[in-house]
Design a protein around this ligand. Structure first.
Ligand SMILES: C[S@@+](CC[C@H](N)C(=O)[O-])C[C@H]1O[C@@H](n2cnc3c(N)ncnc32)[C@H](O)[C@@H]1O
Length: 198
């Protein structure tokens, strides 16, 4: 199964970014970094067949696919990944400086999250929205495990997009992994755990 996580943030803003206070100075880019690490890192290696797309309202769309990333150089903690991602976003126009950045092989997409969802709907991907008040994920887990390609749409720290009319208009199944509200990065780890082939 190919597993893709989609996460969108409307709050990331690097105008006053400082590594000394990432949550407070980046519009919660730390949440996104934790989700990237949760999605693509496995024990001492990258995950196979798992990628994450990050949709930043203020900076565009970036895809982290281990097939185009170098594990040895990849920043494996939240602080380093965030700092390199900020450097990448701020140096996009300077090829030279980007060459020094271990994230220089992440892919840039022109698609918005809605356009990306519609694109993969046309390709018959199984697309699921993860929401605390959704239907029971565990009742559908076996069906999902049979699918070749699955996309999970997850909200960031604020639930605006996940509860938005534009997403609801796509009539995607909403699934819940329990009544507790988990951090987005924890949800990613739990989904990976529960979809791991038995
Ligand atoms: C920190 S939560 C967002 C909490 C936010 N205050 C809200 O009201 O949506 C981040 C995202 O993780 C996912 N999530 C959290 N707990 C979940 C659960 N029990 N089942 C399914 N998805 C969950 C949802 O996509 C949520 O938008």
């Amino acid at each position: 199964m190919n597993l893709i996580f989609f996460i969108k943030s409307a709050t990331v803003d690097l105008e006053n970014y400082t590594i000394k206070d990432i949550p407070g100075s980046s519009g919660r880019l730390d949440v996104i970094s934790r989700c990237i690490l949760a999605a693509i890192l496995s024990n001492n290696n990258f995950e196979k067949k798992i990628e994450i797309w990050v949709f930043l309202d203020n900076y565009g769309t970036y895809t982290f696919n281990p097939e185009s990333l170098d594990y040895a150089n990849f920043p494996k903690n939240e602080l380093m990944l965030t700092d390199y991602f900020v450097n990448f976003l701020q140096k996009l126009n300077s090829k030279e400086e980007l060459n020094q950045n271990p994230l220089n092989s992440i892919k840039i997409s022109k698609l918005s999250i809605i356009e990306a969802i519609k694109k993969y709907q046309q390709r018959n991907y199984c697309i699921v929205v993860l929401k605390e008040d959704g239907k029971d994920f565990f009742k559908l887990r076996n069906i999902i495990q049979e699918k070749d390609n699955v996309i999970f749409v997850i909200g960031s720290q604020e639930g605006k997009f996940i509860n938005s009319k534009e997403l609801q208009a796509l009539n995607l199944p909403n699934l819940s992994i329990g009544t507790q509200s988990y951090l987005a990065s924890s949800v990613i780890r739990l989904i990976k755990l529960h979809l791991k082939p038995l």
